[in-house]
Design a protein around this ligand. Structure first.
Ligand code: NOJ
Length: 445
């Protein structure tokens, strides 16, 4: 058992969660900067204004990446930093920042994997209706095209959109930016962003940058019915359809399921769709980015629910420990879609809620996180051994950062971040990951 040659070992972050520099050098607010101005929206009313300050401290991040020994780094571009008006002019200072980041990574043999959209729509575009406006397809297409023209040849891996479900949540549930609570808007927004993804792929193919690939990042949270009662099975099917198949179906099969079309129609929230949309959404990809964190047990049976949460195999954040989730998700991609392109695990990780205890030796002994990551890697290796084409793993996250509405209360990092000073400190899991990568590289097939 071993990982394939040239396997990518990385960590992942995103602009809105680590960069800070929210109003520096001509950047305009994103929808998350705006949401953070509304009291009660975000834990402790914290903001992403400074976050890990990576806009000013990339050298710190680079050193950490080098010391970890990763050969890949996944990050995203802040749209409103490079195009402050959302469309039109580029901002030279914003471009310079990413130019330097990409250059430094390439110089050091750390492969940049760049996401164009990780949830941070420019507020100026939200003011024009945001993702629920079909024009967003063109806005994103223009942004993507400009980024490929600027960085196409120096970025070997591009992802168009990260977790499109976040856009649905932002327009329908209100808990993510831009904070709307309209189901029909949510459905329109998620349809539009999937079509926008296709526009991005189209722009990429038209330019055909050298030695570069394109994909999308989708999260699969498989539902598991805890009993075989018809109600629980129906519940599981419904949740699977709405929470991840809604995205994988159009991307990998060029259609929405009959289930979704019928239910949304009945609910009066069916989105406006055009025939050409389906061709765009299902453009062939060079890779599929899979984010996988856990499975989601579902049941209507209160007694089973109680037993489950009291008895199972749980992490200290009260989440179930189910590392097989990664293996199951890879199988699903094959079973449902006969996926042909390589898969990368673009995110996997776990969080600690609140302040992680520091031991007398000054270290955070995050043994739960180590157990979690080790377990997922074991199941990933099993899938690879069975012949599945998985080419990389990115741990979420390099450091504690702005975890959206949970702000700085949920700590996902293998390094801690002092938000006041920008100082990062290795947790035990960072040493674990460094050693794991080293050993894996030594026994590459
Ligand atoms: C999904 C998102 O892509 C990322 O932004 C988030 O921080 C992690 N998962 C953890 O919730």
């Amino acid at each position: 058992m071993s990982f394939p040659k040239n396997f990518l070992w990385g960590t992942a972050t995103s602009a809105g969660q680590i960069e800070g520099g929210a109003f520096q050098d001509g950047r305009t607010p994103s929808i998350w900067d705006t949401l953070a101005t509304q009291p009660g929206r975000i834990h402790n009313n914290d903001t992403p204004t400074v976050a890990c300050d990576s806009y000013n401290k990339f050298d710190r991040d680079l050193k950490n990446l080098l010391d970890l020994g990763v050969n890949a780094y996944r990050f995203s571009i802040s749209w409103s930093r490079v195009m402050p008006e959302g469309v039109g002019k580029l901002n030279p200072k914003g471009i310079d920042y990413y130019k330097r980041v990409i250059e430094k990574l390439n110089e050091n043999n750390i492969k940049p994997n760049v996401t164009l959209y990780h949830w941070d729509l420019p507020q100026v575009l939200e003011d024009r209706g945001g993702w629920k406006n079909r024009d967003s397809i063109e806005w994103f297409g223009e942004y993507a095209d400009k980024m490929f023209r600027t960085f196409g040849d120096v970025v070997p891996m591009w992802a168009t959109i990260n977790e499109p479900i976040a856009t649905y949540i932002g327009y329908s549930k209100g808990t993510f930016a831009p904070g709307h609570t309209n189901e029909a808007w949510g459905n329109q927004a998620r349809h539009n962003i999937l079509v926008a993804h296709g526009k991005g792929v189209e722009a990429f193919r038209a330019l055909n940058p050298k030695n570069s690939e394109i994909g999308i990042v989708i999260d699969i949270w498989k539902r598991h019915a805890l009993t075989d009662s018809p109600e629980d099975i129906a519940y599981m099917i419904d949740e699977d359809e709405r929470n991840w198949k809604f995205y994988t179906d159009p991307i990998l099969a060029g259609r929405y399921s009959d289930y979704i079309l019928e239910h949304l129609e009945k609910e009066g929230t069916l989105m406006e769709m055009k025939p050409h949309d389906f061709e765009l959404m299902s453009k062939p990809l060079d890779f599929f980015g899979l984010n996988v964190y856990n499975r989601v047990p579902v049941t209507h049976n209160e007694k089973v629910k109680m037993d489950f949460t009291q008895g199972g195999n749980f992490l200290n954040n009260q989440k179930e420990y189910y590392p097989q989730a990664v293996y199951d998700a890879i199988h699903l991609l094959h079973d449902l879609y006969d996926i042909k392109c390589p898969i990368y695990i673009t995110e996997n990780g776990t969080y600690y809620k609140g302040d992680e205890p520091v031991s007398e030796d000054g270290m955070i002994h995050d043994n739960d996180r180590i157990r979690y990551v080790a377990g997922f890697l074991e199941w990933l290796e099993k899938a690879i051994d069975e012949g599945f084409d998985v080419r990389g793993y990115y741990l979420w996250s390099l450091m504690d950062n702005f975890e959206w509405t949970a702000a700085y209360n949920y700590k996902f990092g293998i390094m801690s971040t002092d938000i006041a000073t920008g100082e990062t400190k290795w947790k035990k899991s960072a040493y674990f990951y460094r050693d794991f990568i080293k050993a894996a590289k030594e026994r590459e097939r």
